[in-house]
Design a protein around this ligand. Structure first.
Ligand SMILES: C/C=C(\C)C(=O)SCCNC(=O)CCNC(=O)[C@H](O)C(C)(C)COP(=O)(O)OP(=O)(O)OC[C@H]1O[C@@H](n2cnc3c(N)ncnc32)[C@H](O)[C@@H]1OP(=O)(O)O
Length: 719
């Protein structure tokens, strides 16, 4: 777990050997402690260099170990012994120095970084704080403001930034390890006391309180209800106001609180869920590690609406040449200008030059004959999409992959009109496509493993978190959204207000409640979909009871809001009112209050007081219930996939872990009992009826979410 060798006759080289990221697992900590003892006690050794195998210094503590009791030596004494040693120790940082890896570097007396290395204290993103001395040493080394920013955001920084901040002593383009050995030799005999970071005095700004207060306000606003960033601020305060040993004690107390909060578990679950989602599998046995993706050098995007433009930008900025297609000259010109503007702004932000030379704009599908892959992003209309796919089938070479960005239509029906159904898949981006991280890769029954592997790998290349899903209406994300939105509007009927529902969801941790979010997204889109599916509009049979459709409860209030031209922020009116169209500051609107009161009295509904608990349970348990159904139907392979979709596509609060993790934390038995209760009260809402999988899991003793896979395996998989 760590190799020990003597180089240049007098330098002990300790190499961490725990692939893939040289995490500080129990055997690694043990090996570091033993190697240091050996180096310090060997008279031949005058200096020590610590590095990591395979060009990676260290990815920090082994997160997998957090779930169990501590085994082996704790990290802090191992690190303290390095700093206290009487021989100079140099960290040779290549690849990454993150979390405990960064803390390991901080106890070394000197730090040499390769120019491509990244450093950071990302603990806050795991719901904890840098608790191996990082919160106490970094402020001493670089001062409070810079340390506060790094610790509360968990941001990774480049070697160059680390040099500027005074974290590393030297940056090199050459072999960092060899440079560190040379550096170590030159350091022999120099006094070490000023190099021991724990012995430095934290440079304390005069406005410390104001600084910490501002940071507190900022993190409270950014991450509602999340404990870790607040604990990080308290730890940094300790670094500014306490001696090192007392600060370490405070760091440890804060860590214990976070560890026992449940939030840390949720964050750590998210870390592994994201990695699990990349390990897709199909019923044929094809999966992520046995299916080779094709290399995509050129692509086409059809349709330059909001989605299409975002997709073009996502492709071009990773070096893929893109042909963008529109149907009319004016739309094409407008699209071209928007895309160029977006790419230029993006390049400026990243400090690179915009890859405009990769773009071509055309009105003719004939220009697509040689591209490797096409992403269709035209209007959400099956007949139109089928025409496009038929045309593509004729125009593109027979090996071109044809993908659709539909948000819920049948991908296999599109495959069926082509001469290559095995090369057709869905690539469902989320708006705005160049910003949102989620990509649902929709696997049709005829999609080949190579097609799925290519779509997944292209997603990764574009920086997306790609999740493979089955082909059902709405796929995973939007399929689950419907019952969630339905519950919110049913609650309005029963007596709640949009602001009350939003507040309950925001207190739960969502950045925006369902109504504020709908106003932002635009209410007209859902209205059009409901009209097209015969739920509202002139085609609805007048004999239909007004609050029932297709045999189930239906809430027409969203349609009534749209009928008044209230489409959300863009029209300055929606579920809320805004000072002017485009404004974001939502204010409760007495007209909506009026509409709700008139509506309730028309239908003889006696409004009742609805608790926040009921709002959360009805909205979120029904969301997870549909997730269970999706797992039963084999449209998602694992609960982790669903959670990742909700975390990255629908801003589900990370400290809750995702809808499936959340209900597992609430307790499946309780969730089942509440769903049964609500279904009894609302028998005309089928989504409230507990799913068979939920019942099965409860009957099997409510196993933890990571074990659900074993119960799903026996079910019918479309993935
Ligand atoms: C107290 C707390 C202390 C002292 C801490 O140190 S907390 C841990 C702080 N460190 C981190 O948060 C770093 C987490 N890791 C990453 O950010 C990334 O993995 C990486 C930047 C180090 C590498 O990224 P990449 O090359 O894309 O690789 P993957 O992310 O896919 O990871 C590869 C596999 O390694 C597993 N992994 C990564 N880091 C850890 C870790 N610290 N502990 C345990 N396992 C880790 C990761 O899960 C992947 O595993 P598989 O999916 O392949 O099984």
């Amino acid at each position: 777990m760590a190799r020990y060798e003597l180089v240049k006759r007098s330098v002990a080289l300790i190499t961490l050997t725990n692939p893939p990221v040289n995490a500080l697992s129990s055997p690694v900590r043990h090996a570091i402690a033993k190697s240091m003892e050996r180096a310090l006690s060997d008279p031949k050794v005058t200096a020590v260099v610590i590095c990591g195998e395979n060009g990676r210094f260290c990815g920090g503590a082994d997160i997998r170990e957090f779930a169990g009791p501590l085994r082996g030596p704790p990290l802090i004494p191992v690190l303290d012994a390095i700093e206290a040693g009487r021989k100079p120790v140099v960290a040779a940082i290549e690849g990454v120095a993150l979390g405990g890896g960064f803390e390991l570097a901080l106890v070394c007396h000197y730090r040499i970084a390769h120019s491509k290395a990244r450093l950071g204290l990302p603990e806050v993103t795991l719901g904890i704080l840098p608790a191996a001395g990082g919160s106490q040493r970094l402020p001493r080394l670089i001062g409070i403001p810079a340390a506060l920013e790094l610790i509360t955001t968990g941001r990774h920084i480049s070697a160059q930034e680390a040099l500027k901040l005074g974290i590393v002593d030297q940056v090199t383009d050459q072999n960092a390890c060899e440079m560190a050995v040379e550096f170590a030799l030159k350091s022999v005999g120099k006094p070490l006391s000023s190099r021991r970071v724990s012995m430095l005095t934290t440079p304390c700004p005069p406005d410390l309180d104001a600084l910490l207060e501002a940071a507190t306000m900022q993190v409270k606003k950014k991450a509602r209800g999340v404990m870790a960033p607040l604990a990080c601020i308290q730890a940094v305060r300790a670094a500014a106001t306490m001696p090192f040993s007392k600060g370490m004690k405070r760091e440890s107390e804060l860590m214990t609180t976070l560890f026992n909060s449940g939030q840390a578990q949720a964050f750590q679950y998210c870390f592994f869920a994201q990695r699990t989602a990349g390990k897709w599998t199909l019923p044929s046995g094809a999966q992520w590690n046995n299916s080779k993706p094709r290399e995509i050098r050129s692509a086409a995007v059809i349709g330059l609406g909001t989605m299409g433009r975002g997709i073009v930008v996502s492709l071009a900025r990773v070096g893929i040449s893109v042909i963008a297609v529109e149907s009319e000259k004016k739309l094409l010109e407008n699209g071209r200008q928007m895309v160029i503007g977006m790419l230029e702004r993006d390049a400026k932000r990243r400090g690179v030059s915009a890859s405009l030379n990769l773009l071509k704009f055309t009105l003719s599908l004939q220009d697509l004959k040689d591209v490797d892959l096409v992403i269709e992003a035209v209007f959400e209309d099956m007949a139109l999409k089928k025409r496009v796919f038929q045309e593509l089938s004729k125009v593109c070479r027979p090996t071109t992959l044809l993908c659709t960005n539909t948000s819920g239509l049948d991908v296999d029906a599109l495959a069926g009109v082509t001469n290559r159904p095995h090369l057709v898949a869905g690539m469902h981006f989320f708006s705005p496509a160049h910003v949102m991280k989620l990509l649902e890769v929709v696997c049709g029954p005829r999609s080949s493993s190579e097609t799925i592997a290519t779509a997944m790998s292209l997603g990764k290349k574009m920086g997306k978190v790609s999740v493979a899903v089955g082909n059902c209406p709405g796929f995973v994300g939007n399929r689950m959204l419907k019952p969630y939105l339905d519950q919110a509007t049913f609650l309005l009927e029963e007596g709640a207000t949009p602001e009350q529902i939003d507040k309950a969801l925001e207190d739960f941790g969502f950045a925006m409640g369902v109504f504020r979010m709908s106003d932002l997204a635009g209410l007209d889109v859902g209205w059009r979909v409901r009209k097209e599916s015969g739920l509202t509009g002139p085609d609805v049979d007048s004999k239909n009871p007004p609050r029932r459709r297709q045999g189930h409860r239906y809430c027409p209030i969203p349609d009534m809001v749209c009928e008044q031209g209230r489409f959300g922020q863009k029209t300055g009116r929606g579920w809320y009112m805004y000072d002017k169209p485009g404004d974001t500051n939502a204010k409760p609107d007495p007209l909506i209050q009026n509409l709700l009161e008139t509506y309730r009295s028309r239908y003889g509904i006696q409004p009742r007081n609805i608790s926040d608990q009921e709002i959360i349970e009805r909205c979120l348990f029904v969301l997870a219930n549909e997730g269970f159904r999706i797992l039963e139907d084999g449209m998602a392979a694992r609960p982790e996939d669903i959670d990742v979709i909700y975390l990255f596509g629908y801003a589900f609060p990370r400290h809750r872990g995702g809808p499936m993790f959340y209900v597992s934390m609430v307790g499946l038995e309780r969730v089942l009992e509440r769903l049964e209760h609500y279904h009894q009260a609302h028998p005309d809402v089928p989504h409230l009826e507990p799913s068979a999988l939920l019942k099965k899991l409860v009957a099997c003793g409510s196993p933890p979410v990571q074990k659900w896979r074993e119960y799903i395996k026996t079910m019918h998989s479309h993935l």
